[in-house]
Design a protein around this ligand. Structure first.
Ligand code: NAD
Ligand code: UDP
Length: 317
């Protein structure tokens, strides 16, 4: 019997990349998306592949399981949720629903089909962290009453759902807390920093640095993140576990802007704009647990990843 891998959020940045990777390795993939932040273009090529099926649906739809042949599902990657601040602040209630009701719905499907489920949580569960770098047992510093709360708090509740289904129903969940990931697969109007900076640099616009640019992030190239998710799904060691997945090189946003200027050889200048409310000041994952459990470390340096990203965006723009 063909085993099916379900990917929710398949028309998004990470979902479409993961789907291509699994189909290329011979797996049968059923993708689900409602296109709230994803693009039809991201699944266009996949639709021509015999091993790829697609259902346009919302993960909160409780009739979803009737549309799927649940007896064949062996793995569920639950990625569906807006992820860019631009999109989750535009669709806060939909974001909350995708991560809470949507996660429970997908856990129910996993339970009914005896499938493993990987939930993509986020570094945002640490809010504006006070501990650096952040280990998985750091409990975070999150504002429940602000524009980022719809994302941060719903991801936290999504993790709670995973815990309860693992504890109560023995669904083999694993949670990836993903830190900023990038490639040219990000839509150019996605609003996240690397797609903004590279698009701006290549189109002669000034690079929009929010605040003074002294806030820090690490950036992980998409291939490294996808490899981590696949490894997490493959091993029993991660069942019932949470793993940070993210880059190792911490840079300020100003340093990132200057690096993009240098690598694109652009004449674009920097433009300083207001810092968004609750924008985390400093963020970097402790990835010791991922290294130990799945033997994973990012392989692509920030400069290498930016060079690939810039080369691809050049073709797209
Ligand atoms: P994305 O916005 O590009 O993709 C998300 C996809 O989910 C989109 O195609 C969207 O249309 C779909 N979606 C949203 N709500 C849905 C719903 N209710 N029903 C069906 N489909 C729905 O985002 P991404 O960067 O690919 O992120 C994928 C996942 O990884 C998200 O859960 C996100 O929170 C998590 N994550 C990503 C990053 C990152 O740096 N890319 C970092 C942390 C966490
Ligand atoms: N940022 C910026 N200019 C932009 C977009 C983002 O300076 O055009 C900053 C943003 O304020 C944050 C960092 O870059 O400090 C990363 O932002 P992004 O939206 O990519 O991800 P976040 O880490 O906020 O989820």
């Amino acid at each position: 019997m063909t085993e099916i891998v379900v990917i929710t959020g398949v028309a998004g940045f990470l979902g479409s990349h993961l789907a291509r990777s699994l189909v290329n390795s011979g797996r049968s993939v059923l993708g689900i998306d409602n296109f709230i932040s994803g693009r039809r273009g991201n699944v266009q090529e996949l639709l021509s592949r015999p091993k790829f099926m697609f259902v346009e649906a919302d993960v909160t739809d409780t009739d979803l399981r009737k549309k799927l042949d649940i007896s064949k599902i062996s793995e569920i990657y639950h990625l569906a949720s807006p992820a860019s601040p631009k999109f989750y602040t535009k669709y806060p209630l939909e974001t909350i629903a995708a991560n809470t009701l949507g996660t429970q719905n997908m856990l129910e499907i996993a339970r009914a089909s005896d499938a493993k489920l990987l939930y993509t949580s986020t570094s945002e569960v640490y809010g504006d962290p006070l501990v650096h770098p952040q280990p998985e047992d750091y409990r975070g510093n999150v504002n429940t009453f602000g524009p980022r709360a719809c994302y941060d708090e719903s991801k936290r509740l999504g993790e709670v759902y995973c815990y309860e289904y693992y504890d109560k129903y023995k669904v083999l969940v694993r949670v990836a807390r993903i830190f900023n990931t990038y490639s040219a697969g990000l839509r150019s109007d996605d609003g996240r920093v690397i797609s903004n900076f590279v698009t701006q640099a290549l189109t002669g616009q000034d690079l929009t640095v929010y605040g003074q640019g002294d806030q820090t992030r690490t950036f992980c190239y998409v291939d490294d993140t996808i490899q981590a998710l696949v490894k997490m799904m493959a091993t029993k060691k991660t069942a019932g576990e949470i793993l940070n997945i993210g880059g190792a090189e911490e840079v300020t946003i100003l340093e990132l802007a200057q690096l993009v200027q240098q690598l694109t050889a652009t004449a674009s200048k920097l433009k300083f704009l207001a810092l968004p409310v609750d924008d985390p000041v400093q963020r970097r994952p402790n990835i010791t647990k991922a290294t130990k459990l799945i033997n994973w470390k990012p392989q692509v340096s920030l400069t290498q990843g930016l060079e690939k990203t810039i080369a691809c965006y050049k073709k797209l723009i």
